[in-house]
Design a protein around this ligand. Structure first.
Ligand code: NAD
Ligand code: DAU
Length: 365
């Protein structure tokens, strides 16, 4: 990886920290990049992303001119490219978000999840190990994971940091595997790591294959809103900025080799959530009350569909005084407003490829 003179100048400036954020062009990653670039002008933030269908540099158009930010187009499955990146920047910290993240895609095509989520994570761990060469002082590898590694709950109980892993989908199995590898690199090599497992995020910039943005887009366009099964599955929803504020706290204050659960304490049955969204959309689009609800269409269930997730985030709340901010309805309204005023963003991400995926997912359901 050759460095241009400009890059060399950037790298050699007197940064307090140089941090690598992987997957920074995606939904959550772009909010993490923005927070770190704007809140910590003394950090150099390198965003490394392959720009898959889910990665979009438009998400960062408002900050990409900042002098403490730079982008590297990299596939984390490419071992040499990852090692080269670590050699080039000599990172102090890594916040690893790059992943294949959509459960339905992991059912129709699991291989990519194994490559990116498992092999990609190992490549990054090896890059950190080689770069830090056992001098771990001031270094941190922070792995962003999901509550889905714990499996599925019945009607009672919550996932705590001690809940045994029991992943059920190829996506969650690949994330569980990456969590295990991160812990193994700590146990075996002493690599300083921290992991957080978060519940369902929602908010601006989420790719419209996930439930909330998909439903907003369909309601807006008077298209059927597909609800899997009877809509009785339960998710614990968290506004993306709340996840990002937790990531900031954990990156700076997390204890080495600890795990932190992050959740909204905000459980909703899918059907109730969609009904609330329909009411909000009727209001925003000046439609007669009840219009959008008519679009709700029950479709064939997701194979192996996890029934319920609920996160106990009391450890994070107690240790770092973190708590989620907006009430769900307020967060949803903010999200709807963002999608309604960013039609160009939606048009750009809904490419020909996504339309093909959408047709193959939902035709015949
Ligand atoms: P996303 O799909 O929106 O973004 C993923 C990003 O990773 C994209 O920018 C994509 O281009 C990049 N990427 C994918 N494969 C890559 C590769 N091989 N090399 C480099 N970059 C690659 O995902 P998201 O919803 O923002 O999730 C980010 C992380 O947070 C993931 O690790 C996910 O498991 C985790 N997470 C997500 C949620 C959620 O509700 N979305 C909840 C908990 C945890
Ligand atoms: O819990 C954290 C996880 O949340 C993250 O790790 C994943 O990356 C993220 O995609 C999300 O997984 P889910 O499968 O819960 O999210 P999704 O938005 O795909 O689905 C939410 C619920 O809505 C789930 O019960 C399936 C259902 N659903 C989804 C879609 C896309 C529908 O009923 N209809 C749909 O069209």
């Amino acid at each position: 990886m050759g460095e241009s003179r400009q890059e060399e100048k950037l790298i050699n400036m007197n940064w307090e920290k140089t941090i690598l954020i992987t997957g920074g062009a995606g939904f959550i990653g772009s909010h993490v990049v923005r927070r770190f670039v704007t809140r910590y002008p003394s950090y150099l933030v390198i965003n490394a992303d392959k720009l898959t269908y889910a990665g979009n540099l438009e998400n960062l158009a408002d900050i990409d001119f900042k002098k403490n930010y730079s982008f590297e187009k990299i596939d984390i499955v490419n071992k040499e490219a990852v090692l080269g990146l670590f050699r080039k920047y000599n990172f102090d910290g890594v916040i690893h978000l790059a992943a294949e993240s959509h459960v339905d895609r992991s059912i129709t095509g699991p291989d990519e999840f194994v490559f990116t989520n498992i092999v990609g994570t190992v490549n990054l761990l090896n890059g950190a190990l080689a770069s830090w060469q056992k001098d771990f002082i001031g270094k941190l590898f922070y792995h962003i994971s999901t509550d889905e590694v714990y499996g599925s709950l019945g009607s009672e109980g919550m996932f705590t940091e001690e809940t045994a892993y029991d992943p059920k989908s190829p996506y969650s199995a690949s994330k569980a595997s990456s969590d295990h590898l991160v812990r193994a690199y700590n146990h075996t090599f002493g690599l300083p790591v921290v992991i957080s497992n978060c519940s369902n995020n929602y908010g601006p910039n989420q790719f419209p294959e996930k439930l909330i943005p998909l439903a907003i887009n369909n309601i807006k366009n008077n298209k059927a809103v597909p609800v899997y099964g009877k809509g009785e599955n339960i998710r614990d929803w968290l506004y993306v900025e709340d996840h990002v504020s937790a990531i900031d706290l954990i990156f700076h204050n997390g204890k080495p080799c600890e795990t932190y659960n992050i959740g909204g304490n905000n459980e909703w049955k899918n059907i109730d959530l969609i009904r609330m969204l329909c009411r909000i959309m009727d209001k925003k689009l000046n439609r007669t009350a009840g219009t959008s609800e008519k679009l709700i269409t029950f479709v064939k269930d997701r194979p192996g569909h996890d029934l319920r997730y609920a996160i106990d985030s009391s450890k994070l709340q107690k240790e770092m005084n973190w708590s989620p901010i907006p009430k769900f309805e307020e967060g949803l309204e903010k999200t709807v407003d963002w999608y309604l005023s960013n039609q160009k963003w939606l048009d750009n991400v809904i490419s020909g490829d996504y339309e093909k995926y959408y047709d193959s997912m939902y035709s015949g359901r």
